[in-house]
Design a protein around this ligand. Sequence first.
Ligand code: AHR
Length: 676
Amino acid sequence: MNSELSAHPRRRSHSLLTGLVTLLAGVPLWVNAQNTTVAIRAAEPGKAISPDLFGVFFEDLNYAADGGLYAELIQNRSFEYSPTEQADWRPLKFWELQKRGGGEGSVGVADMRPIHERNPHYALLTVQTPGEGVGIANGGFDGIPLKAGETYEASFWAYQPFMGQMWGQGDNDKPMPVTLRLETKSGEVLAETSLRVQGREWRRLSAKFKPSRTVVDARLVLLAHATGGLCLDMVSLFPEKTFRNRANGLRADLAQAVADLKPKFMRFPGGCLVHGGGVHRYYDWKRSVGPVEQRRAGPNTTWGYHQTMGLGYFEYFQFCEDIGAKPLPVVTAGVCCQHAGSSPGRGQEGLPLEEMPHYIQDVLDLIEWANGPATSKWGGVRAAAGHPEPFGLKYLGVGNEDAITPIFKERFKSVYNAVKEKHSEITVIGTVGPFASGGDYDNGWAFAKELRLPMVDEHYYVSPQWFWDNLSRYDKYDRGGAKVYVGEYAAHDRDKTRGTLRSALAEAAGMIAFERNGEVVSFASYAPLFARRNHTQWHPDLIYFTGTEVHLTASYFVQQLFGQNSGDAYLETTISAAVKPPTLAVSAVRESKSGDVIVKIVNGAAAPAPLQVALSGLMSGELKATKTVLTGPSADAYNEEGQPLAVKPVSNEITLKPAFDYETPANSLTVFRIRK
Ligand code: AHR
């Protein structure tokens, strides 16, 4: 038995000295109150709560998609970077002309004869003097990380353009010999192979490599070895080991970090991203499906970088399926964000009403793509991508943090009515503005009532104290009205770049309140999920990463503990104390699949809190349990990259009695999973 646990009635005596020390340290005396009891009706059925309460929200910001979850290692593979993304970005950005061993030639950009009209630009390489090769090199996103012994697949599309007699190559019908090489920045060859490009039609060529050693900043080099020309597009490099070994797949370590959260759903692809930077710049899901070389890449107009759309709707849905999460795509309500009108300062704009039928059809097509039979038009596109069975979409977010104006209402209503009429299997989730209260929140809720919406999406990025002050928020919500999806939330500490233990525990306390109200709060997801170091537009985030590393924050471990220990019945829990500690939050749920009872306790105080816990109705005798404690040296602690984890969960197998004393550590979340 753990030292902090002891059985009634021999309660631990609390020393006068400890009380004095905490008093002197300025900690309120109630923290050490002797008589805080937690009574849990552990043998009763409890009330049914959402079995899908905790999930994730993936937004393509902070390079979460390209350069992040999407495993592509080449940056600007299809020569579509443009100044609309960043002022100095051009189609050849991140590519360098290579002239090796006396080679002479040049590279330009062409759009005369693209692979596909949706992928208009490609590179035109001309070789005047082959020397030891003329070509192009790409260093990926801050260097290409390679592991010795792992397999990588490089591929590119190419054809031989007609070069006439220009360089004495005759009718140019000889194949162009090409070297594909992985090398270090200083030119050390890590792996290479030879290929031949022949013909005037676009064709995909590929080769597999095993680099000879591990490097974090390699580059891919493609060299041509004869006079003449080469058109090149979709120059790509993937690790063979993607998550679940999917082709065009996801970075295994990042995808695994999400899978380890055991999310019950995943919302995507944004957030504000869904609106885009103007009314006609919304995220168009149709651009993101079909063969990758035919997808329309373009600017991420919300966050100011590029989207290849290589991570598209098929990949999102497939990932959801792979990790057992329900897909929850979000589409706009036919308006842009009130902060991002197409001309600055114009605010929210709606799609012209005559365009709404077309837009609504796109939304209906999305549902057909996800759920329709393979014989249907859009179900056929899904099937052609390798998934003939429907994905079983059940939820659709419409709108994100919108100002609830007449422009919004008119368009939202038409999208909602169309989906309701044609697809009773879909639950539409509306929006109640960007904040936890205020005009849009009130108007959004009133509108939800008027339309009898089944669910709405609330967002709040607030201080840790706000969470503690609002633990009873959902106790007051109407059980007969719309359900709540807390689609984005996070506790922002003073320094937002540090995901402190204080923030994580405040979020945990909030999640305890979500559980207690799990009959009205159906879903909740922390935001944002991912951030690539040095390419981050928003702090704090749940998971930071580089090309090779994954950094888990204190908040990540809270999400993980809740995701791995969620239930589907809430067990009545009563906290009794002379003065109820405002920094204590407790919940108890049952996971019906296993029959386990799960008790979560957050102590947000800077001193331990002694509790007497009673699990009423359980057989006396010894109960087997896993006890996990997440804590750190202080509330300010955070997980600093390159350092051992300051905040991390520690688990022990223990036995306990149905009534036991527990001194919950200062600044901690404890999870008891008590086996049936
Ligand atoms: O999560 C980051 C942003 O916060 C989202 O894009 C938006 O919905 C919210 O304002």
